[in-house]
Design a protein around this ligand. Structure first.
Ligand SMILES: CC(C)(COP(=O)(O)OP(=O)(O)OC[C@H]1O[C@@H](n2cnc3c(N)ncnc32)[C@H](O)[C@@H]1OP(=O)(O)O)[C@@H](O)C(=O)NCCC(=O)NCCS
Length: 213
């Protein structure tokens, strides 16, 4: 069953630029592909664990036609240009319905501005609304950026090294405390820059795959 889409949220990043974060839609195929094509080889490898060349049509369908319940993806696009900025995605674990696999990707030229923090914070809100209390992520152990991102996201977590990867299990924070680093990314939204709009077809950014969100 496809659920009603959530409102859009506009967030001001650390450098003052605005992004619109909203649930992904089937119309986002081209934006998702454009965002993927802007990813550096390093970012592609860190996201997909392989030097992936493209996202084929079947993948694009899977990644954009989500049910917003067991599978949710939020996409960030720049305002007003509508350029792809990033995607955060969860996919519920069928055997453990209160848990979901999570992945976040931000286009290289947008990294370091708080986009992933904002995406992850808003995705966790969507996840909690769908009955999910824990995220699990598989990360390359060399991927310091995402490991630090998840450490900032959840203090209640475990990290287990498995060869070249780290398996991270984390409780979703009930809400963002004022001293949580993720809170800064949403300060402007909390201060009134939060806008609600009806969904409109537009662009996309990178995402994940079925067994590897
Ligand atoms: C990991 C990734 C999503 C982070 O995106 P981002 O928008 O740059 O992250 P943010 O700016 O929101 O940073 C949030 C926190 O993450 C950590 N972080 C981000 N980049 C970092 C880096 N290069 N080195 C160390 N820590 C880093 C920091 O703790 C940072 O908080 P701070 O800025 O207050 O220090 C991005 O680097 C990316 O897309 N990488 C390629 C794909 C990938 O690895 N995906 C993860 C698959 S699970």
């Amino acid at each position: 069953m496809t659920k009603q889409l959530q409102p859009h949220e506009r967030v001001t990043l650390r450098d003052g630029t605005d992004v619109l974060i909203r649930p992904i839609e089937p119309a986002d195929r081209e934006m998702l592909l454009a965002g993927f094509e802007e990813l550096s080889p390093d970012s592609r490898y860190r996201r997909f664990f392989s030097p992936l060349g493209t996202l084929d049509p079947a993948w694009l369908t899977y990644l954009t036609s989500v049910d917003h319940h067991d599978h949710e993806a939020l996409i960030a696009e720049s305002v007003p240009a509508g350029e792809p900025v990033g995607v955060a995605r969860y996919i519920r674990v069928p055997e453990h319905p209160a848990a979901a696999e999570v992945a976040v990707t931000v286009v290289d030229s947008w990294q370091g501005k708080g986009a992933a923090s904002a995406l992850l914070a808003l995705l966790s809100g969507r996840a909690r609304a769908e009955g999910i209390t824990r995220f699990h992520a598989t990360c390359l152990s060399e991927n310091r950026a995402v490991i630090e991102l998840f450490r900032a996201f959840s203090k209640e977590r475990s990290e287990k090294m498995e060869g070249s990867v780290v398996e991270i299990d984390m409780d979703l924070p009930a809400e963002l405390a004022d001293n949580n680093p993720l809170h800064a990314a949403l300060t402007h939204a909390a201060a009134g820059a939060l806008t609600f709009r009806h969904p409109t077809p537009s662009a996309t950014a990178p995402g994940g795959r079925s067994e590897d969100p």
